[in-house]
Ligand binder design. Structure first.
Ligand code: CAA
Length: 257
Protein backbone atom coordinates (compact mmCIF):
# COMPACT_ATOMS: atom_id res chain seq x y z
CA UNK A 1 0.00 0.00 0.00
CA UNK A 2 1.24 3.53 -0.76
CA UNK A 3 0.94 6.17 1.94
CA UNK A 4 1.62 9.90 1.75
CA UNK A 5 1.59 10.93 5.43
CA UNK A 6 3.38 8.00 7.04
CA UNK A 7 6.33 5.74 6.32
CA UNK A 8 6.13 2.01 6.91
CA UNK A 9 8.66 -0.79 6.90
CA UNK A 10 9.30 -4.10 8.59
CA UNK A 11 12.42 -4.69 10.64
CA UNK A 12 12.68 -8.38 11.38
CA UNK A 13 9.36 -9.31 12.93
CA UNK A 14 8.52 -5.71 13.84
CA UNK A 15 6.19 -3.58 11.75
CA UNK A 16 7.22 0.08 11.94
CA UNK A 17 4.91 3.03 11.31
CA UNK A 18 6.48 6.48 11.29
CA UNK A 19 4.25 9.57 11.36
CA UNK A 20 5.60 11.83 8.66
CA UNK A 21 4.17 15.34 8.76
CA UNK A 22 7.22 17.07 10.28
CA UNK A 23 6.08 20.44 8.89
CA UNK A 24 3.06 20.21 11.24
CA UNK A 25 4.79 18.54 14.20
CA UNK A 26 3.09 15.30 13.04
CA UNK A 27 -0.34 16.69 13.89
CA UNK A 28 -3.00 14.13 13.01
CA UNK A 29 -5.11 15.29 10.10
CA UNK A 30 -7.80 12.88 8.96
CA UNK A 31 -5.67 11.65 6.06
CA UNK A 32 -2.76 10.70 8.33
CA UNK A 33 -5.05 9.14 10.92
CA UNK A 34 -6.70 6.99 8.26
CA UNK A 35 -3.32 5.88 6.94
CA UNK A 36 -2.06 5.01 10.44
CA UNK A 37 -5.06 2.79 11.14
CA UNK A 38 -4.88 1.20 7.68
CA UNK A 39 -1.19 0.42 8.29
CA UNK A 40 -1.88 -0.93 11.79
CA UNK A 41 -4.57 -3.23 10.39
CA UNK A 42 -2.29 -4.37 7.55
CA UNK A 43 0.51 -5.27 10.01
CA UNK A 44 -2.03 -6.97 12.28
CA UNK A 45 -2.97 -9.28 9.39
CA UNK A 46 0.65 -9.86 8.27
CA UNK A 47 1.73 -13.23 9.68
CA UNK A 48 5.43 -12.37 9.61
CA UNK A 49 4.88 -9.42 11.98
CA UNK A 50 4.72 -10.07 15.73
CA UNK A 51 4.63 -6.54 17.15
CA UNK A 52 4.11 -3.03 15.83
CA UNK A 53 5.98 0.17 16.69
CA UNK A 54 4.48 3.61 16.02
CA UNK A 55 6.79 6.59 16.19
CA UNK A 56 7.19 10.19 15.06
CA UNK A 57 10.54 11.94 14.97
CA UNK A 58 12.99 13.08 17.66
CA UNK A 59 11.25 16.45 18.09
CA UNK A 60 7.62 15.37 17.93
CA UNK A 61 5.77 12.12 18.32
CA UNK A 62 2.63 14.10 17.44
CA UNK A 63 1.44 17.55 18.54
CA UNK A 64 -2.21 16.56 18.58
CA UNK A 65 -5.09 16.59 16.18
CA UNK A 66 -4.62 19.04 13.32
CA UNK A 67 -5.97 22.31 14.72
CA UNK A 68 -5.95 23.99 11.29
CA UNK A 69 -8.18 21.23 9.92
CA UNK A 70 -10.63 21.54 12.83
CA UNK A 71 -10.66 25.30 13.39
CA UNK A 72 -13.63 26.17 11.15
CA UNK A 73 -15.65 23.01 11.67
CA UNK A 74 -19.17 23.31 13.07
CA UNK A 75 -20.61 21.04 15.73
CA UNK A 76 -22.72 19.27 13.11
CA UNK A 77 -19.75 18.77 10.78
CA UNK A 78 -17.60 17.37 13.59
CA UNK A 79 -20.40 15.18 14.92
CA UNK A 80 -21.61 13.75 11.61
CA UNK A 81 -18.09 13.11 10.28
CA UNK A 82 -17.38 10.95 13.34
CA UNK A 83 -14.21 12.94 13.87
CA UNK A 84 -13.07 11.06 16.95
CA UNK A 85 -14.77 7.68 16.41
CA UNK A 86 -12.04 6.74 13.92
CA UNK A 87 -9.59 6.55 16.84
CA UNK A 88 -11.45 3.49 18.11
CA UNK A 89 -9.93 1.45 15.28
CA UNK A 90 -6.82 0.92 17.40
CA UNK A 91 -8.87 -1.09 19.89
CA UNK A 92 -9.30 -3.91 17.36
CA UNK A 93 -5.59 -4.46 16.80
CA UNK A 94 -4.70 -7.87 18.26
CA UNK A 95 -0.91 -7.65 18.20
CA UNK A 96 1.00 -5.52 20.71
CA UNK A 97 1.44 -1.91 19.60
CA UNK A 98 4.35 0.01 21.10
CA UNK A 99 4.55 3.80 20.97
CA UNK A 100 8.12 5.09 20.63
CA UNK A 101 7.70 8.64 21.89
CA UNK A 102 10.30 11.37 21.52
CA UNK A 103 9.55 15.06 21.93
CA UNK A 104 5.98 16.31 22.00
CA UNK A 105 3.11 13.90 22.59
CA UNK A 106 0.36 16.43 23.04
CA UNK A 107 -3.41 16.27 22.70
CA UNK A 108 -4.24 13.56 20.19
CA UNK A 109 -0.52 12.66 20.18
CA UNK A 110 -0.67 11.82 23.88
CA UNK A 111 -4.00 10.07 23.34
CA UNK A 112 -2.55 7.96 20.55
CA UNK A 113 0.45 6.97 22.70
CA UNK A 114 -1.74 5.95 25.63
CA UNK A 115 -3.99 3.93 23.30
CA UNK A 116 -0.94 1.78 22.55
CA UNK A 117 -0.05 -1.22 24.71
CA UNK A 118 3.36 -0.05 25.82
CA UNK A 119 5.32 3.19 25.67
CA UNK A 120 9.05 3.65 25.22
CA UNK A 121 9.86 7.30 25.87
CA UNK A 122 13.01 9.16 24.91
CA UNK A 123 14.45 11.52 27.53
CA UNK A 124 12.89 14.46 25.63
CA UNK A 125 9.34 13.07 25.63
CA UNK A 126 6.69 15.47 26.88
CA UNK A 127 3.13 14.26 27.48
CA UNK A 128 0.20 16.64 27.78
CA UNK A 129 -3.41 17.43 26.97
CA UNK A 130 -3.40 21.13 26.07
CA UNK A 131 -6.88 21.14 24.49
CA UNK A 132 -8.15 23.43 27.26
CA UNK A 133 -5.82 26.15 25.92
CA UNK A 134 -7.70 26.12 22.60
CA UNK A 135 -11.17 26.00 24.15
CA UNK A 136 -11.96 22.29 23.96
CA UNK A 137 -11.24 19.05 25.82
CA UNK A 138 -9.59 15.77 24.75
CA UNK A 139 -11.86 13.80 22.43
CA UNK A 140 -9.81 10.71 21.62
CA UNK A 141 -9.79 9.07 25.02
CA UNK A 142 -7.46 11.31 27.04
CA UNK A 143 -9.77 11.95 29.98
CA UNK A 144 -10.55 8.24 30.37
CA UNK A 145 -7.26 6.52 29.63
CA UNK A 146 -5.12 8.97 31.61
CA UNK A 147 -7.45 8.70 34.61
CA UNK A 148 -7.10 4.91 34.55
CA UNK A 149 -3.31 5.16 34.68
CA UNK A 150 -2.65 8.33 36.66
CA UNK A 151 -5.74 8.56 38.85
CA UNK A 152 -8.11 11.47 39.26
CA UNK A 153 -6.02 14.35 40.55
CA UNK A 154 -3.09 14.39 38.16
CA UNK A 155 -5.44 13.75 35.24
CA UNK A 156 -7.61 16.68 36.32
CA UNK A 157 -4.53 18.89 36.42
CA UNK A 158 -3.38 17.76 32.97
CA UNK A 159 -6.77 18.13 31.34
CA UNK A 160 -7.99 21.26 33.13
CA UNK A 161 -4.73 23.11 33.66
CA UNK A 162 -2.41 21.90 30.88
CA UNK A 163 0.06 20.19 33.22
CA UNK A 164 2.63 18.33 31.13
CA UNK A 165 4.66 15.30 32.16
CA UNK A 166 8.36 14.90 31.40
CA UNK A 167 9.71 11.50 30.41
CA UNK A 168 10.96 10.82 33.95
CA UNK A 169 7.58 11.82 35.42
CA UNK A 170 5.82 9.59 32.90
CA UNK A 171 8.02 6.70 34.04
CA UNK A 172 7.47 7.53 37.71
CA UNK A 173 3.67 7.66 37.28
CA UNK A 174 3.41 4.53 35.15
CA UNK A 175 2.79 6.19 31.80
CA UNK A 176 5.94 4.76 30.20
CA UNK A 177 7.62 1.36 30.29
CA UNK A 178 11.10 2.80 30.06
CA UNK A 179 12.99 5.96 29.27
CA UNK A 180 15.89 5.78 26.84
CA UNK A 181 18.38 8.33 25.43
CA UNK A 182 17.05 10.44 22.55
CA UNK A 183 19.84 9.22 20.34
CA UNK A 184 18.89 5.72 19.25
CA UNK A 185 15.46 5.87 20.94
CA UNK A 186 13.82 4.19 17.96
CA UNK A 187 16.38 1.38 17.86
CA UNK A 188 15.73 0.81 21.58
CA UNK A 189 11.97 0.64 20.95
CA UNK A 190 12.45 -1.74 18.04
CA UNK A 191 14.72 -4.00 20.13
CA UNK A 192 12.02 -4.00 22.84
CA UNK A 193 9.36 -4.86 20.23
CA UNK A 194 11.57 -7.53 18.66
CA UNK A 195 11.77 -9.33 22.02
CA UNK A 196 7.96 -9.30 22.25
CA UNK A 197 7.63 -10.40 18.62
CA UNK A 198 9.81 -13.44 19.35
CA UNK A 199 7.31 -14.81 21.90
CA UNK A 200 4.48 -17.31 21.31
CA UNK A 201 2.18 -15.28 19.03
CA UNK A 202 -1.24 -16.62 20.03
CA UNK A 203 -0.40 -16.41 23.74
CA UNK A 204 0.78 -12.82 23.27
CA UNK A 205 -2.56 -11.87 21.69
CA UNK A 206 -4.54 -13.66 24.39
CA UNK A 207 -2.46 -11.91 27.05
CA UNK A 208 -3.06 -8.48 25.50
CA UNK A 209 -6.78 -9.16 25.33
CA UNK A 210 -6.89 -10.29 28.96
CA UNK A 211 -4.95 -7.30 30.30
CA UNK A 212 -7.16 -4.92 28.34
CA UNK A 213 -10.21 -6.52 29.93
CA UNK A 214 -8.98 -5.21 33.28
CA UNK A 215 -9.78 -1.69 32.07
CA UNK A 216 -13.24 -2.55 30.84
CA UNK A 217 -14.85 -4.76 33.49
CA UNK A 218 -15.25 -5.75 37.09
CA UNK A 219 -12.69 -8.10 38.68
CA UNK A 220 -15.14 -11.00 38.43
CA UNK A 221 -15.73 -10.44 34.71
CA UNK A 222 -12.04 -9.79 34.08
CA UNK A 223 -11.06 -13.05 35.77
CA UNK A 224 -13.57 -14.83 33.53
CA UNK A 225 -11.95 -13.30 30.45
CA UNK A 226 -8.55 -14.46 31.71
CA UNK A 227 -9.79 -18.04 32.15
CA UNK A 228 -11.49 -17.94 28.74
CA UNK A 229 -8.16 -16.91 27.20
CA UNK A 230 -6.06 -19.34 29.28
CA UNK A 231 -7.79 -22.66 28.52
CA UNK A 232 -7.83 -22.39 24.69
CA UNK A 233 -4.06 -22.05 24.67
CA UNK A 234 -3.96 -25.77 25.48
CA UNK A 235 -5.40 -26.31 22.00
CA UNK A 236 -2.33 -24.66 20.40
CA UNK A 237 0.79 -26.40 19.13
CA UNK A 238 2.80 -23.65 20.79
CA UNK A 239 1.65 -24.67 24.28
CA UNK A 240 2.84 -28.24 23.61
CA UNK A 241 6.10 -26.96 22.14
CA UNK A 242 6.68 -24.42 24.92
CA UNK A 243 6.23 -26.88 27.76
CA UNK A 244 8.15 -29.65 25.95
CA UNK A 245 11.02 -27.23 25.30
CA UNK A 246 11.11 -26.33 29.00
CA UNK A 247 11.30 -30.01 29.99
CA UNK A 248 13.96 -30.70 27.35
CA UNK A 249 15.94 -27.59 28.43
CA UNK A 250 15.95 -26.00 24.97
CA UNK A 251 14.56 -22.87 23.32
CA UNK A 252 11.00 -23.18 22.07
CA UNK A 253 10.36 -22.97 18.35
CA UNK A 254 7.05 -21.06 18.07
CA UNK A 255 4.79 -21.71 15.11
CA UNK A 256 1.91 -19.39 15.93
CA UNK A 257 -0.44 -22.37 15.72
N1 CAA B 1 -2.26 21.18 14.48
C1 CAA B 1 -1.87 21.82 13.34
N2 CAA B 1 -0.64 22.35 13.18
C2 CAA B 1 0.23 22.22 14.20
C3 CAA B 1 -0.09 21.57 15.41
C4 CAA B 1 -1.41 21.03 15.52
N3 CAA B 1 -1.82 20.36 16.61
N4 CAA B 1 0.97 21.62 16.23
C5 CAA B 1 1.93 22.27 15.56
N5 CAA B 1 1.50 22.62 14.35
C6 CAA B 1 2.22 23.37 13.31
C7 CAA B 1 2.35 24.84 13.65
O1 CAA B 1 1.20 25.55 13.31
C8 CAA B 1 3.55 25.23 12.81
O2 CAA B 1 3.13 25.39 11.49
P1 CAA B 1 3.57 26.72 10.63
O3 CAA B 1 5.06 26.61 10.54
O4 CAA B 1 2.89 26.52 9.34
O5 CAA B 1 3.15 27.88 11.43
C9 CAA B 1 4.44 23.99 12.86
O6 CAA B 1 3.56 22.91 13.24
C10 CAA B 1 5.54 24.08 13.90
O7 CAA B 1 4.93 24.39 15.15
P2 CAA B 1 5.44 25.61 16.09
O8 CAA B 1 6.02 26.70 15.26
O9 CAA B 1 4.32 25.97 17.00
O10 CAA B 1 6.63 24.88 16.86
P3 CAA B 1 7.12 25.15 18.35
O11 CAA B 1 8.37 24.33 18.51
O12 CAA B 1 7.22 26.62 18.62
O13 CAA B 1 5.97 24.58 19.33
C11 CAA B 1 4.34 22.94 20.06
C12 CAA B 1 5.67 23.20 19.31
C13 CAA B 1 4.51 23.26 21.54
C14 CAA B 1 4.00 21.48 19.86
C15 CAA B 1 3.23 23.87 19.47
O14 CAA B 1 3.23 23.71 18.05
C16 CAA B 1 1.84 23.55 19.95
O15 CAA B 1 1.48 23.98 21.04
N6 CAA B 1 1.04 22.82 19.16
C17 CAA B 1 -0.36 22.56 19.47
C18 CAA B 1 -0.54 21.54 20.57
C19 CAA B 1 -2.00 21.34 20.86
O16 CAA B 1 -2.71 22.24 21.28
N7 CAA B 1 -2.47 20.10 20.64
C20 CAA B 1 -3.86 19.73 20.89
C21 CAA B 1 -4.61 19.68 19.58
S1 CAA B 1 -6.33 19.39 19.79
C22 CAA B 1 -6.50 17.71 19.93
O17 CAA B 1 -5.55 16.96 19.89
C23 CAA B 1 -7.93 17.23 20.08
C24 CAA B 1 -8.12 15.77 20.38
O18 CAA B 1 -8.19 15.37 21.52
C25 CAA B 1 -8.32 14.79 19.30
Amino acid sequence: MTYTNILTETRGKVGLIQLNRPQAMNAFNLAMLTEVFDALEAFDKNESVGAIVVTGNEKAFAAGADIKEMADQSYVEMFTSGHVEIWDRIRNIKKPVIAAVSGYALGGGCEFAISCDMIIASESAKFGQPEITIGVIPGAGGTQRLARVLGKYLTMEMVINNRTLSASEALQFGLANRVVPVEGYLDSAIAFAEEIASRAPIAVRMAKDAVNAAFETTLTEGLKVEKRNFYPLFATEDQKEGMKAFVEKRKADWKGK
